[in-house]
Design a protein around this ligand. Sequence first.
Ligand code: AP5
Ligand code: MG
Length: 219
Amino acid sequence: MNMIIMGPPGAGKGTAAESIRAAYGLAHISTGDLLRAAVKAGTELGLKASVYMDAGKLVPDDVVIGLVEKRLGEADAANGFMLDGFPRTIPQAKALSEMLDRIGRKLDVVINLKVDDDVIIRRIAGRLICPSCGTIYNAYMNMPADGLCKCGGRPARRKDDEPEAVKTRLVAYKAQSEPLIGWYRERGLLAEVESSGTPVEVFAKISDVLSKHSGAGKW
Ligand code: AP5
Ligand code: MG
């Protein structure tokens, strides 16, 4: 099973992706996580990307396309993958399609998480990420009382979760990423899921969709 999970910033892609990965064993390929790892490692790519990311703008297509192509070639992606945050522009979607053709793979389903802007703002305002293991928390929902991650790290705010950057990210989403909904609907791959309710409820709705697309739910 090869899938995409998409939706606006703060829709809950990363949160749902962790449950999907754990339940279905798909390789979770998040371009945001790959870019943040490059920034943390201080690579040349990371230094360039951080200028765009901190401002809430999209990193140039060729940079992320190269990252995804390399990551798809890794062993854990052979039995199924889940792209999170990619593609984010129509040129990225075209590049993905060409990439998959080249390696003889295909997409089975694209899940689009739907959520209202006021919920997005609240979710992002409360988000904290563990810098050590990447676990996603929310101050309004599941932050441990001692403020520490289960791995011992101290979850912190993402730089691009500051209000100005969030505004820019929402504008970028509507202008550059929202058109992908129609793109994948036209190709018969789109499944829309309301991302309201608790993470457990959202995951249950996603599992319903995945079981329809996978038959027995095993890939
Ligand atoms: P990326 O990391 O992909 O950010 P994003 O798409 O803006 O999405 P987020 O990670 O902010 O939100 P999410 O949907 O994963 O929500 P989460 O699960 O964390 O990209 C960051 C940047 O990298 C981009 O701006 C760009 O610069 C660059 N980039 C990445 N990919 C790129 C690409 N392809 N092309 C170009 N540039 C690219 O949840 C949010 C919060 O809500 C958390 O606190 C969580 O605990 C909480 N929450 C989740 N679900 C629920 C729920 N059901 N109920 C209550 N709270 C919930
Ligand atoms: Mg995310």
